[in-house]
Design a protein around this ligand. Structure first.
Ligand code: ADP
Length: 248
């Protein structure tokens, strides 16, 4: 349920800079994302995409400019449960030793003190999040027995367990096979249709065709394109043409 001031953008950046240890990685970023938009963040490795999305979550340093999330300046945003985050991470293997339900329930720890037992509402929230990613039938499985794509969906469910207004995902389809990419794209499509605002860092735009309604390109710490998928295709075409013209 959204409590953003009426008409407030989901995200608003004005001349924003983010970085680490006081050093900017991105600067001069102007970006307004409206509620319900599904935005893909594209760009070369190391250009600052992760730093930007981490900045919205308070995980990289906000160095200058204005940053508002759900109508509230970042520094005053107290309710972190309204933003969900699926970090760049390939699998949950390597000794996690937990069931699917347990992993998704860790998403509730931000709002539930560790000493309070899970309540019925918590259990329902976990079940609903698993339903959303199509894994309700795997709830009791050990996560390590799941495929890479299914594990990625578990991480999405963990981010969804609070029903966030804004969902930030870093490379959700990377490193999973084509069939799993297709399932993940379907999950994202359903979330998009349900009105969840999404920012998705990706290299695999083709996998998200029809899901994404806006593309933002970042290159060396600056925003270099902001428009529709069709506009982006034209932009790439123009680049290819001008590169061809410059070629000897
Ligand atoms: P992208 O997501 O586009 O691949 P990143 O945002 O991960 O790019 O990285 C942008 C730059 O920030 C890179 O030069 C990277 O080395 C640097 N960087 C990333 N994380 C940190 C960190 N924790 N501390 C310092 N520099 C970092």
């Amino acid at each position: 349920m959204s409590t953003a001031p009426t008409g407030a953008p989901a995200v608003r950046l004005h001349r924003a800079a983010f970085g680490y240890q006081g050093r900017p990685v991105l600067s001069g970023v102007d970006l307004t994302v409206h509620p319900g938009e599904v935005v893909a963040l594209l760009g070369p490795n190391g250009s600052g995409k992760t730093t930007l999305v981490k900045g919205l979550l308070g995980l990289s340093e906000h160095l200058s400019g204005e940053v508002e999330v759900l109508g509230t300046p970042l520094a005053r945003l107290r309710d972190r449960t309204r933003t969900g985050y699926v970090p760049q991470r390939h699998t949950l293997t390597g000794g996690v030793g937990a069931t699917v339900t347990e992993v998704v329930a860790t998403g509730l720890l931000a709002s539930r003190p560790w000493w309070r037992p899970a309540r019925r509402a918590d259990r329902e929230a976990v079940h609903e999040a698993l339903e959303q990613v199509g894994l309700a039938d795997r709830a009791r499985f050990d996560v390590e027995t799941l495929s890479g794509g299914q594990q990625r969906r578990v991480l999405i469910a963990r981010a969804l367990v609070h029903a966030p207004d804004v969902l930030v995902m870093d490379e959700p389809t990377a490193g999973v096979d084509h069939a799993s990419q297709h399932v993940l794209a379907e999950v994202l499509r359903r979330l998009g249709t349900s009105g969840t605002t999404m920012l998705v860092v990706t290299h695999e735009l083709a996998a998200l065709r029809g899901v994404v309604d806006r593309i933002v390109e970042i290159d060396t710490g600056h925003l270099t394109f902001d428009g529709t998928p069709q506009g982006y295709a034209d932009h790439l075409g123009e680049h290819a043409l001008s590169a061809g013209r410059e070629a000897p």
